[in-house]
Design a protein around this ligand. Sequence first.
Ligand code: PGA
Length: 248
Amino acid sequence: MKPLIAGNWKMNGSLASNEALVKAMLDGLGGQAPGADMALCVPAPFLAQLQSLLTGSPIAWGAQDVSSHEQGAYTGEVSATMLNDFACRYAIVGHSERRQYHGESDLLVADKAKVALAHGITPIVCVGETLAEREAGHTETVVKRQLAAVIHAVAHCTSEIVVAYEPVWAIGTGKTASPEQAQQVHAVLRAQIAAATQHPERVHILYGGSMNAANAASLLAQPDIDGGLIGGASLKAADFLQIVALAH
Ligand code: PGA
């Protein structure tokens, strides 16, 4: 299985800056097939632009969220069928910023993962503990609870999800989990997946949280870290490509 390096642009970008950034990434790849699978998860209004810039390239694209509803009176939501219209391969679900600022529960996140899969979109399921939870010794309990909800909802499709371990205290803070801290949690998640599917080896478990060109190598060297979900460093072509180059 090739590693997966996925960018999460969060609420950043503009038509002009996206074009420059994506072109710099494609130029940097220079027509070479990267050693890792690559994806960019972008704000919904830019999906058409990414589809047009990336079709035929080695970089896939995706959304940062998806509605748990199929259609109808859900102002502000974006449905999986809409993401299908723009050929999204991925949708992040349960990012800590959505859990924290939009009150998304484990159950809602699980529903979103299920809806994505039903529409052929790979959910990138984010799990992770807050600093208070880590300090209280609850890291494993929290991530297992978050992942269990998704496994329960998607059942036999568990081998089709991507998991991203993103310790909340490491996101956008410049504080990365040490490779050992991350590996410890990844091993727990791997075991949980192995208990739920006959094909645990198909599931990428990404690390996210201040991963950058300087720290990516040691994180990606861990046996259960299969790639990265990259926020800040995915907004800089050179940094993102360097992480991709380190992942093989
Ligand atoms: P960061 O974000 O790399 O900027 O810490 C990662 C994420 O939130 O997905």
